[in-house]
Design a protein around this ligand. Sequence first.
Ligand SMILES: NC(=O)c1ccc[n+]([C@@H]2O[C@H](COP(=O)([O-])OP(=O)(O)OC[C@H]3O[C@@H](n4cnc5c(N)ncnc54)[C@H](O)[C@@H]3O)[C@@H](O)[C@H]2O)c1
Ligand SMILES: O=P(O)(O)OC[C@@H](O)[C@@H](O)[C@H](O)[C@H](O)CO
Length: 496
Amino acid sequence: MRRLSPAALADLPAGTGPLLPPQDTGVGIVHLGIGAFHRAHQAVLTEEAMAAAGDASWGICGVTQRSTAVLDQLGPQGGLYSVLVRSAGGTDVRVRGPVRELLCARDDPAAVPARLADPRVRVVTLTVTEKGYRHDPATRRLRTDDEEVRADAAGRPPRTVVGQLARGLQARCAGDAGPVAVLCCDNLPANGEVLAGLVADFCDLLPAAEGERLRSWIAANATFPSSMVDRIVPATTDTDRAEAARLLGVEDHGAVVTEPFRQWVVEDSFAGGRPAWEHVPGVVLTGDVEPYEAMKLRMLNGAHSAIAYLGGLAGFAHVADAVADDDLAGFVRRFWAEEVVPTLDVPGGFDVTAYQHDLLERFANPALRHRTAQIAMDGSQKLPQRLLATARDRLAAGGQPRLTALAIAGWARYVTAGTAEDGTPLAVDDPLAAELARAGGGAGGGRAATEALLGVRAVFGDELPADPGFRALVLEAASALERGGVRTALKEALAG
Ligand SMILES: NC(=O)c1ccc[n+]([C@@H]2O[C@H](COP(=O)([O-])OP(=O)(O)OC[C@H]3O[C@@H](n4cnc5c(N)ncnc54)[C@H](O)[C@@H]3O)[C@@H](O)[C@H]2O)c1
Ligand SMILES: O=P(O)(O)OC[C@@H](O)[C@@H](O)[C@H](O)[C@H](O)CO
């Protein structure tokens, strides 16, 4: 079958082509970490903004960080790829064309700061996963003892994300390239503020005068808006690519799959201008993203992680199957209503009851096939904002966050047990895997392993594990998991 390319656009089924002629689109955005999510979320919304405003200057230069996979997929296709939007009712497909250039940071590290220094680039976006920031999840500070970070600060062409940003901003300063906004689109709370702090930490590693010059340039010329991003985008499978080919009549190696829902709440603070996202359904431009971020991270992502660990241990490979289980669905409902919602500062006019109902429906989407193992990945980087923040706030208010504690104990068991309850091996894919194995490995997933993991400071910090109430709830849940597995632990926690 013929491959998707600019030449193949004329033969696509009616209504499935890009909204703008790709060849007329100029690059105004550099995106670090061009994975599946960026292609199904920010890239789509930006293409729609360009089409709505008749401004084709916001095309994207996508940077892959560690492999050439996306370059190999999209390069021969002239940057084109399709987005399959799946619901119980069927699949909609459209080819998208906002990605105009591709770079591989691993193979050509010097090219990234150079591309960031182009005066036509006025926005830098990022989706590099939580671990890509090389920060300590508990303190949210740059790990300045990280060898790669130190090597970047010593002056090699940068290989870390924060190094790329700092060197790129430095190159903008040197070339008088003008103001720019750096927009984090990863699932981290206060993500703009945190990223600005990480770049400042990097400045501290530079020779004093150089660090000071960069800090002053950033203060005058760069903004770091925060944003809350929401659209479920599972990793693409061969079955998905086969469906894209069937629907389009051409092979698409870069296809991505998602749900109809999309939301992007963006702090409207762009030093160098921005695409006209205000025209795009699903985008909210606001002065304060924080309430939306906390709500999404604690509700959606908190429940996702709970489902990934407890559902994964119970043998559910996909989210939709896990929430079809009455015990797990009941757990999620009560986790939200009794433990998460009371910790939230719900944005004015927002219907949090309807939100819970809609979230469960999104999780239950039978067409998405979102793997629990994908969500379980990198738990050490996710736990603080998804589960520990809720536990901390409930304890401070005198509550007993039993269900949150069970999800945390589920994580500890998942990363130390080795196998799910049906004997299926559980892979631990986590940047702290070695430390987690050292701390709790030999203990075989039981209460002792959980107790040992509470001592991992990068995840739990100092205060929470020292709180007797927190320890008791998590260890009680760990004992229940050890005694009777997920089913027993769920019943006990729900009865408690
Ligand atoms: N997939 C979703 O449903 C979804 C939804 C909301 C937000 N997000 C955010 O987007 C991120 C990426 O998701 P995705 O689905 O695109 O994943 P993906 O695996 O398709 O892409 C991940 C990208 O991050 C880069 N990356 C991974 N590890 C890195 C590291 N250690 N250092 C630097 N770069 C690294 C990769 O090179 C790749 O470009 C998530 O971690 C999350 O923060 C995803
Ligand atoms: O992408 P991650 O690895 O940060 O988290 C996995 C999922 O919880 C996440 O991707 C959600 O699907 C997403 O945040 C929905 O908007």
